[in-house]
Design a protein around this ligand. Structure first.
Ligand code: NAG
Ligand code: NAG
Length: 625
């Protein structure tokens, strides 16, 4: 190399040196910190916990991927003030911004347009105002909720360019002008909510195949409802007297056509209900017959199996001793209430109905002559070799009393069988509620109710764990969580696993059991936590714990999905209408994933699980705005 070549080479090396990029990286980090601290200064509230001496990725409400801030979630974070420019320009990797239920006022900052990766934007229930043209740059938006602010604009057609939108809520603002034709481009749209604005003119003929939820109530719209939107109910079009067609008053020009077709329509109107009525009658008859047969069958088997012990029971039944030895031939009651006592004969006389065959035995529903109903669980093979151990196990079960636990009312231990008797007052199991009839007759199982069930069942299980270091439920699954009419949850069948005599290999089938369980009679608290994690995932996804199509289990399937796809791909479609609560759902899903860690030591303890679930609600109590 000649000296001049050497100089050129040296310059070249300096230009290519990796050190400057590292400086760039540091600069980016300090930009991010500055941006977030600007936000903190402007809004206060929960951002006041942000502390410069720690890494921003660990700050409350901030989530990062590879050092880039991807999520800011501070719903109900008591944020008050105006967002200045100079924040979002440095946060261009943002995928989710959730600052709803705060008290933010003023216009949207114009540099929000740099957040081109943004998928989820939740600004609802604040005091934002001004126009929304900046949102037109956020082409990847999937969920956009800016309802209940003071935004005003007479042209929102820019929203029509956000082709990935699935949920759009512009409700309760001051938007005016027409509903843009460009909304027809939003082919992924599932919900379009425009109520309580000042939109005027006719409703455009939107051909949106995926639209499940639509509301334009309380605007200033006129004319006829377009054909494609006529399937929506009257409550989608409230408060606009000059609107017609569909579920509303017929339009003038359609009245004539109606009278022409009246004769055929009338005819069909008479014939169809008649046929339906006959079918229902037939179905009811069939159903009654089947039910009666099944009930009498169940009762017969019950009687058969117990006949050997009945005589002995009859002799001692009246003594009704309140403590039972292992071979006692009486019903032993734990509930001191005398009005709720009955004897074995009365139980055997009761009309019984098989409720289900579970892991450890068959459950019957028995209506007693006294007028109340009990659930009787008959265990197949019970280990009574150690009478003292048996008795102490039973007694500790009888002592467990908690509002979220189905109480053990009584038990009977005969030569042939062991009966556990519980109150019957539940409308069904969580399993039935989740996987029962979908379609018309179904009452939606919304997020509020599901969170309620998660809290209730976690309370019940945490209570069981609190009664002793090794006390566990042993068989947690959605069919062992019962629901009352008000959707309160009651954990049932706790502790039954320990009475079974054969340590039958754990049935891997249902997918609730942690891999480390080798004896179903000995299930640790950490294994309970695993099972409860599966219950949480099932509650959110409505998918069975074992996915037979792919030989994968539920936690692995959830982990295989990208986080930003969770809302649309992982959650039960019935929850999509509650999309404003997505933050809460994500927290619960994360708790479910933590519970289902493969290694028992990595799983949280039940009291922590309970606290975290309860925090979901506490964190989002709306501030007064
Ligand atoms: C409703 O729209 C019509 C024009 O379509 C306008 O004349 C009228 O003032 C509007 N009413 C309200 C209450 O905004
Ligand atoms: C539409 O919004 C109005 C006003 O908020 C509400 O009363 C109505 O029940 C909503 N309709 C539907 C179908 O959600």
């Amino acid at each position: 190399m000649t000296p001049s070549n050497l100089i050129v080479f040296a310059i070249f090396v300096i230009l290519l040196n990796p050190i400057p990029t590292q400086v760039d990286g540091q600069k980016e980090q300090s930009d991010i910190i500055e941006a977030l601290l600007t936000l903190q200064k402007a809004l206060g509230g929960k951002t006041n916990t942000w502390d410069r001496s720690t890494a921003p990725c660990s700050w409350k409400g901030i989530r990062c991927v590879e050092g880039e801030v991807t999520e800011i979630r501070l719903p109900g974070g008591s944020l008050i003030g105006v967002i200045p420019n100079g924040v979002f320009g440095s946060l261009s990797s943002l995928r989710a911004l959730s600052i709803h239920d705060d008290a933010i006022v003023g216009p949207l900052p114009s540099d929000l347009a740099s957040c081109v990766q943004l998928r989820y934007l939740y600004l609802h229930r604040n005091g934002f105002e001004g126009d929304i043209s900046v949102l037109g740059s956020l082409k990847k938006l999937i969920n956009l909720d800016i309802s209940q602010n003071k935004f005003s604009s007479d042209d929102v057609s820019t929203i029509g360019s956000l082709r990935d939108l699935a949920n759009l809520n512009l409700g309760s603002n001051e938007f005016s002008g027409s509903i843009p034709e460009s909304f027809s481009e939003l082919q992924n749209l599932r919900s379009l909510l425009l109520e309580n604005n000042d939109f005027s003119g006719v409703i455009p003929d939107l051909d949106l195949r995926n639209l499940k939820s639509f509301n334009v109530s309380y605007n200033n719209l006129t004319g006829s409802v377009p054909n494609k939107l006529r399937s929506f109910p009257e409550t989608s079009f409230l408060g606009m007297s000059s609107l017609c067609g569909g579920s509303l008053q017929p339009c003038e020009d359609e009245k004539e056509k109606k009278t022409d077709k009246l004769s055929i329509k009338q005819l069909l109107g008479i014939i169809i209900p008649c046929i339906i009525f006959l079918l229902i009658l037939l179905f009811l008859l069939l159903f009654c017959c089947l039910r009666r047969r099944r009930a009498s069958q169940a009762k017969e088997t019950d009687l058969e199996a117990s006949s050997a012990t009945t005589t002995a029971a009859r002799r001692s039944v009246n003594s009704n001793a309140s403590t039972g030895s292992a071979s006692s031939k009486v019903l032993v009651f734990f509930d001191p209430d005398p009005t709720k006592k009955f004897d074995l004969e009365e139980l055997l006389r009761a009309s019984a109905e098989v409720l289900g065959k579970g892991t450890f035995g068959t459950t019957y529903k028995a209506l007693l002559e006294q007028g109340f109903t009990v659930a009787v669980k008959r265990l197949r093979s019970v280990d009574v070799s150690d009478a003292t151990a048996f008795r102490s196990k039973i007694e500790s079960l009888g002592k467990m009393v908690h509002p979220n636990l189905v109480p053990l009312r009584a038990f009977y231990n005969g030569r042939e069988e062991t009966l556990f008797i519980y109150d019957f007052m539940y409308v069904g199991s969580l399993s039935a509620r989740l996987h029962g009839t979908r379609g018309s007759g179904r009452i939606p199982f919304n997020w509020e109710a599901r969170l309620e069930v998660a809290i209730g069942s976690a309370c019940g299980i945490a209570y069981i764990h609190s009664t002793g270091e090794t006390t566990s439920h042993g068989n947690i699954k959605t069919s062992n969580i019962l629901l009352s009419e008000e959707c309160s949850a009651f954990v049932s069948d706790h502790g039954l696993n320990q009475f079974v005599s054969d340590s039958s290999a754990p049935s891997r089938g249902p997918g609730y059991q942690a891999a480390e369980v080798t004896d179903t009679r000995r299930v640790s608290q950490k294994a309970d936590v695993y099972s409860f994690g599966i219950v949480l995932l099932e509650l959110l996804t409505c998918k069975a714990p074992v996915m037979n199509d792919e030989c994968r289990d539920l936690p692995r399937w959830v982990r295989s999905m990208k986080r930003e796809e969770w809302f649309n791909e992982v959650f039960d479609s019935e929850l999509l209408r509650d999309h404003a609560m997505e933050d809460e759902m994500i927290v619960l899903l994360e708790i479910g994933l933590d519970c289902t860690e493969q290694h028992p030591d990595k799983r949280p303890v039940m009291s922590d699980v309970l606290r975290r679930i309860q925090d979901i609600r506490n964190a989002t109590v709306s501030p007064p705005y």
